[in-house]
Ligand binder design. Sequence first.
Ligand code: SAH
Ligand code: SF4
Length: 442
Amino acid sequence: MADKAKKVFTMAYGCQMSERDAETLTELSTKEGYTKSENLEDADLVIINTCCVRESAENKILGKIGELKKIKEKNPNLKIAVSGCMVQQPGALERLQKRAPHVDVWTGTHNLHEFGNLLGQTISKGKAAEVWDKPRETTESTPLAEKGKLRANVNIMYGCNNFCSYCIVPHVRGRERSRPSEEILQEIKDLVESGCREVTLLGQNVNSYGKDFDQEFDFADLLKEVDQVPGLLRVRFITSHPKDISDKLISVVANGEHLCEHFHFPIQAGSNSILERMNRKYTREYYLSRVATIRQYIPHASITTDLIVGFPGETEEDFAQTLDIVEKVHYSQAFTFMYSKRSGTPAALMPDQIPLDVKKRRLQKLMTLQNSMSLVWRQRMIGHIYEVLVEGPSKSNPDRFTARTRGNELVVFDADKSFIGRLINVKIVDTNSWTLQGELAQ
Ligand code: SAH
Ligand code: SF4
């Protein structure tokens, strides 16, 4: 009788890039004989792809790694692999190995593609750990994608050159590297062939795509080509750094057929002195002028943002400027964070670090304001018809189905499985701050 197939269970923390890397790790483990499992209890291998962008993420992950120790005590054959940004931080590997000796495999961000080899090493050596201090070019060209998914993330570039003063990402992801467009297009065509209908193009700053190429070919050029891939219904992209968004890009989105009119356009803070110390390289006035251009080309464009409260030295006046921006731009959604000190970044050494209670109060105020803005944004959609891509049954009520508008707003409505993967029209009939209620429209 054949051996029972070994199972792998994967957890990804943090951004879409981390999710995408976790997918590659899972696919690499399937090449080593594992099959995917939806639950931890069944697993022979658990992969945790980590995030270190804020301390809260790191604490959550350390808690999870701690829990796995108990599971491994009951099941000593369980293999635990920890990878990604947290492991990649300078000096982190040794510290983590001491703290969690029950982990079998450690990898950083740059040697992700070596994961199969490292898994193999655990058979002969018991444990394996490797972190490269820099990316080595050839390894990044072949990310492995899970086939058959309706929506997929596709890396168009890696790394970041911006060094915002609070951010650890450039320290753990290296400098900007754009993937050749032919490779990206081939990956998307393969995904579409396997059933994918929507791709999200990923980069820390998609607007600097191609700056490292010899010939002139920028992100707008890439978008035009992706828009032409037969069978692809929707194209999204994150993240647009405000300093680099071009009129050409906005006009390509405005004129594209499958290019969704949604810009994730993080301002981070509303005050010029904070923006300067964050090293964001734009002013609030410049940001607002780019928003005006987006809305001039695409009046109904949905704009979302990331916001940080409690950056070192943030005064009540500075914070009031962030609230003011939220009202002026009218974001459809915002991701709001308390500033978190990251060692090795310049902001960690800045004077006037803000006390936790002040950060909490500001975050609460900001979230309350954004929730009311999100509600008004969605209330304005009531009575109108929108094209949505149907994703699948809602988690809370399997008779209702979830879908997204081109602006990335979530809609639930009555449907059945035959609608999955199709573009249909729904009329919005009700809403709260986060979820629109719809009904099928003719
Ligand atoms: N490249 C993207 C952001 C990637 S990190 C951009 O520039 O917009 C995702 C978000 O995490 C950031 O936009 C920022 O809002 C938040 N973030 C990053 N470092 C942080 C820190 N030290 N404390 C709190 N939030 C942080
Ligand atoms: Fe971090 Fe700034 Fe790069 Fe975004 S652009 S990843 S916030 S350094």
